[in-house]
Design a protein around this ligand. Structure first.
Ligand SMILES: Nc1ncnc2c1ncn2[C@@H]1O[C@H](COP(=O)(O)OP(=O)(O)OP(=O)(O)O)[C@@H](O)[C@H]1O
Length: 329
C-alpha cells in the first residue's frame, strides 16, 4: 500500500513585477510517497526552486494546497509552521552562501537544536552535534573550524548535518551537488542515498543535471516555464520520453553505449516570457511539432501509462486518455 507523505494540488506561485505577474509556478500537482525521491528537472528559471520553497512555505504559495501527512499546511499559522520545521528541511545549492561565516561548524549544526530546544543541557547538545558530524562523515576535530576553512564537499556535509539535526522526514535538496567538483559530487550523492536508506527520508531532488536525477530518483517531474510537462517513473521517462521538451533534454545527455547512438535535438526559438504568459502551450514557440492549436489552447494532461503523464496536444492525436487529476500523479 502506498504511503503518501506529500500531496501538492494546483500549486501556484506568482511574483508581482512592474511588467505584470510572473508565473514562476503555475498549477503544479503531484504526490510523493514516503521514503522515495522525486527528481525535479528543467532549465534555469522554470520554477524548480520556487516549487520547493513554496512547499516548505519559505515563500507562501499564491494558491493551491500542500498536504503534508494529510494536513493542508498552507493554512498553518506561523506557530504551527515553526513546529513543522522539524519535519521538513532544505539543503541548498551553495553551502557557502547558506552557512553563517562567523559561526563554527559545531555552532552551525547546534543552531536548530538550540532554537527548537531539543537538548536538555550543553553535554547533550555536544553529544548530538558530534553524532550528527559522524553521520555525515565529518571528523570531530573540525568542530571548531569555520566554513571558509573547509572545501565545498565538507561545507555541504555541514548543510546536510544541519538539515538532519531535527530528524526530519522530508527534505528538499535544491541542486545539492551542482556547485561541487565532479569527484566530490558522487560522495555527497552516496551520502544522501545512505541517509535515505537508514532514516526512511523522502526527498524532493531539484537539479538541471539529468544524469544525476536518473541515478537518484524514483520518479521525475519535468518542468517548463512554471508548468509540469511530463511526470513518470525514472526508468520509464528515460526509456520512453514523450513530451518534445523531455526528448530534447534527454538527447543532450551523452551515452557511453556506442550501439545506442542518439541524435541531439537542438531547441530553436526563444523561451517565452513567464510574465503574464500567452495562452497555449508554453513550449510551443520552441517545439518542432507545434501547430496552431498549440499556440491557442493549453494542453490537457494525458495518461501514457498508469504512472506516466504528459501535457501535450500530440497525446490527443495518439488517442491517449486524459489523466484523472489535472497534473502530476
Ligand atoms: N523572489 C522573486 N521575485 C521575483 N521573481 C522571482 C523570485 N524568485 C524567483 N523568481 C522568478 O521565478 C522564476 C522561477 O525561478 P526559480 O528560481 O524557481 O527557477 P529554477 O528552475 O529553480 O532556476 P535555477 O535553476 O536557475 O535556480 C524565474 O523567472 C525567476 O526569475
Amino acid at each position: 500500500m502506498s504511503d503518501v507523505i506529500l500531496e501538492v494540488r494546483n500549486l501556484k506561485k506568482y511574483f508581482p513585477t512592474k511588467k505584470g505577474q510572473l508565473h514562476a509556478v503555475d498549477d503544479i500537482s503531484f504526490t510523493l510517497e514516503r521514503g522515495k525521491t522525486l527528481g525535479v528537472v528543467g532549465e534555469s528559471g522554470c520554477g524548480k526552486s520556487t516549487t520547493g520553497r513554496a512547499i516548505l512555505r519559505l515563500q507562501d504559495p499564491t494558491s493551491g494546497q500542500v498536504l503534508f501527512q494529510g494536513k493542508d499546511i498552507t493554512k498553518f499559522s506561523t506557530h504551527e509552521m515553526r513546529n513543522l520545521r522539524t519535519e521538513m528541511q532544505m539543503i541548498f545549492q551553495d553551502p557557502f552562501a547558506s552557512l553563517n561565516p562567523r559561526k563554527s561548524v559545531s555552532e552551525i549544526i547546534a543552531a536548530p537544536l538550540r532554537l527548537h530546544k531539543l537538548c536538555k543541557n550543553k553535554q547533550e547538545l555536544e553529544r548530538r552535534v558530534i553524532s550528527l558530524m559522524e553521520t555525515v562523515g565529518l571528523s570531530q576535530r573540525l568542530m571548531n573550524t569555520y566554513p571558509h576553512e573547509l572545501d565545498g564537499g565538507r561545507r555541504q556535509r555541514i548543510g546536510i548535518a544541519r538539515a538532519l539535526a531535527m530528524d526530519p522526514s522530508f527534505i528538499v535538496c535544491d541542486e545539492p551537488v551542482s556547485a561541487l567538483d565532479v569527484s566530490i559530487q558522487a560522495q555527497i550523492l552516496n551520502l544522501l542515498k545512505k541517509l535515505q536508506h537508514e532514516r526512511g527520508l523522502t526527498y524532493m531532488f531539484i537539479t538541471h543535471d539529468l544524469s544525476v536525477v536518473n541515478y537518484f530518483s524514483d520518479n521525475i517531474m519535468v518542468m517548463y516555464l512554471g508548468k509540469m510537462v511530463e511526470y513518470a517513473p525514472s526508468e520509464e521517462l528515460f526509456a520512453s520520453p514523450t513530451h518534445p521538451y523531455t526528448k530534447a533534454l534527454l538527447s543532450a545527455i551523452p551515452v557511453p553505449d556506442i550501439h545506442h547512438k542518439k541524435e541531439r535535438i537542438l531547441l530553436q526559438g526563444e523561451i517565452s516570457s513567464p510574465i503574464d504568459p500567452k495562452p497555449g502551450c508554453r513550449f510551443a514557440p520552441r517545439c518542432a511539432y507545434a501547430r496552431p492549436e498549440c499556440f491557442e489552447v493549453e494542453p490537457k494532461v494525458y495518461q501514457v501509462s498508469p504512472r506516466h503523464k504528459v501535457a501535450c496536444h500530440l497525446c490527443a492525436d495518439q488517442g491517449l486518455p486524459l489523466a484523472e487529476s489535472s497534473q502530476g500523479n
